[in-house]
Design a binder for this molecule. Structure first.
Ligand SMILES: Cc1ncc(C[n+]2csc(CCOP(=O)(O)OP(=O)(O)O)c2C)c(N)n1
Ligand SMILES: [Mg+2]
Length: 399
């Protein structure tokens, strides 16, 4: 007999006023990730779906082909010393592109550091988007103008920002939704909890897309959570959780469009988990062979987001060699333009290093700023002296 089974033992019972507030069943995610690409033959007759719209398929395809090339180019720029660091989203292009294309013109995107491609697919200037990764103090683009928040490096802090913006928009009667992107590791942050709880209680028009790419740097998902899936976490907040194949651009696009429509219409937030895989290392500074095997990566290469789209387009007779070439050539042109622009040094004022640290600079910072100014002026004077000595010598030689 256990202590709790003894007569008169404490038997916890809910107080009389307690009742479940929400029926959990409709909030639960599907057991398997939702898929569209490659499922036509396996769908039941009652689905009767004609398959994804041809125009959408072509737009997604062009964007993922561009995205793949963009990732390669940005990684190459780190080797050429033009980018300080780059977290590649190779393998995750479907999530990035679908997120950007699902947004309405007035909606907001709240990306993390890995979501450069989502910002580019949203139509931002790639050079501006890469500003932070280039080492600039400013994130490079006009956030209110583009409705894309800065690429956020502190994990999950973009989530409460998204909820705050969505809540404010709702108070103002604006039909605007905010889509916030976060990684699997980011779901363990306090900010994730605070954002989802606030959003659920206030029914803010925010949608959370977790790109579960299997790892938080070297930490695999199994060490990150014991939850059945990350989408299940939604139930604890009283909001719907959706599980989707993150390499299936059409499925991600469809699920996000539904969630954003619902949010804008006052139906509250949704948590979407997109199951995907980061094919490259965490960043160019990471060695992924230390924590995962080539065989594991190979399995995911077989489920590549670009190939999945390409196969669907071919099966439907929507893709010929000319279209493939066109998409690849367009991607190549964009990569070449990015390369060329990134090889131009941006005008830099070293004094800006000190400009936005404190409203009232400390004495140490003022001293450092003075020292830097003095050193730069001395450098300029000696360069000018060397130049005039050179021109005198040259003048003497020609005399
Ligand atoms: C608050 C905070 N803690 C730690 C870090 C260091 N850090 C940078 S990326 C990362 C892993 C994040 O993994 P995940 O959320 O799965 O995103 P992914 O990099 O896989 O896209 C960590 C721990 C950070 N940037 N911010
Ligand atoms: Mg991750």
């Amino acid at each position: 007999m256990t202590v709790l089974e003894q007569p008169g033992a404490y038997a916890p019972a809910p107080p009389p006023s307690w009742r479940p507030r929400t029926d959990a069943a409709p909030l639960l995610p599907d057991a398997e990730p939702y898929r569209v690409l490659g499922t036509r033959g396996t769908r039941t007759a009652q689905d009767g779906a004609p398959g994804p719209d041809a125009g959408l398929l072509r737009r997604l395809y062009a964007a993922v082909v561009h995205g793949r090339r963009f990732n390669e180019q940005a990684t190459a720029l780190t080797r050429q010393g033009r980018l300080a660091v780059y977290p590649s989203s190779r393998g995750q292009e479907a999530c990035q592109v679908a997120a950007a294309l699902a947004l309405g013109e007035r909606d907001w995107l709240f990306p993390s550091y890995r979501d450069t491609l989502a910002a580019v697919a949203r139509g931002l200037d790639p050079v501006e988007v890469l500003s932070l990764l280039r080492g600039d103090w400013h994130h490079g683009y006009d956030s209110p103008g583009t409705r894309v928040a800065p690429l956020c490096t502190p994990l999950a802090t973009q989530l409460p920002h998204a909820v705050g913006l969505a809540h404010a928009a709702r108070l103002k009667g604006d039909e605007v939704a905010a889509l916030a992107l976060v990684g699997d590791g980011g779901t363990s942050e306090g900010d994730f909890h605070e954002a989802l709880n606030f959003a659920a209680v206030w029914q803010t028009p925010a949608v959370f897309l977790v790109q579960n790419n299997g790892f938080a740097i070297s930490v695999p998902l199994a060490k990150q959570t014991a939850a059945p899936s990350l989408a299940h976490k939604a139930v604890g907040y009283g909001i719907p959780g959706r599980l989707v194949d993150g390499n299936d651009a059409v499925a991600v696009h469809e699920v996000l469009c539904e969630a954003l429509d619902r949010a804008r219409a006052g139906g509250g937030p949704t948590l979407v988990e997109a199951v995907t895989y980061r094919l490259e290392a965490h960043t160019n500074a990471d060695d992924a062979t230390r924590y995962r095997t080539d065989q594991e990566v190979e399995v995911w290469r077989e489920h590549d987001p670009v190939t999945l789209l390409e196969r669907e387009l071919r099966d439907r007779g929507l893709l010929d060699e000319a279209t493939v070439r066109e998409a690849e050539e367009a991607a190549e042109r964009q990569a070449a333009e990015l390369r060329e622009r990134m090889h131009q040094d941006p005008p830099l004022d070293p004094a800006e290093l000190f400009a936005h640290v404190y409203a009232q600079p400390t004495r140490q910072l003022r001293d450092q700023a003075d020292q830097l100014r003095a050193e730069l002026e001395a450098e300029q004077r000696s360069a000018a002296a060397a130049q005039s000595a050179g021109s005198t010598t040259a003048g003497e030689e020609t005399r």
